[in-house]
Write a protein that binds this ligand. Structure first.
Ligand code: SF4
Ligand code: SF4
Length: 111
């Protein structure tokens, strides 16, 4: 049975953690692709997605309602930690639990 990717009705990880990465990922002159306007400097070496470096994080690039339909408005240009984050991982389940979402992803099949 085909089941939609659980991320499309979740978004919890985009509203749970600080998303930081090497600053050059948002520097076009260095080959970076992350839109600069969605980022802010954390220190001389790292930047963060705006909205994630706060007690109740929510990335400004996230559209939609957590647990409803959600999408990343810069999906093709998202930074490395977002690209490497895996559905079903420990961090994923921690984020879903934080937002009161089901931890049972057993009926999801990767395409
Ligand atoms: S918390 Fe897990 S299921 Fe939800 S969007 Fe992130 S990776 Fe996908
Ligand atoms: S850049 Fe996109 S995938 Fe990464 S935290 Fe923000 S909304 Fe989520």
């Amino acid at each position: 049975m085909s089941v939609d990717n659980p991320c499309l009705s979740c978004g919890a990880c985009c509203a749970s953690f600080r998303v930081s990465f090497y600053w050059a990922e948002a520097d076009a002159e260095s080959g970076g692709v992350v839109p600069l306007e969605f980022t802010e400097k954390l220190n001389p070496w790292r930047s963060v997605m705006i909205g994630t470096n706060q007690p109740q994080p929510r990335c400004h690039a996230l559209c939609g309602d957590i647990g409803g339909y959600t999408t990343c408005s810069i999906y093709e240009q998202r930074p490395t930690p977002c690209r490497e984050f895996e559905a079903g991982s420990e961090g994923c389940l921690k984020a879903r639990a934080k937002h009161g979402l089901s931890l049972d992803l057993s009926d999801w099949r990767a395409a």
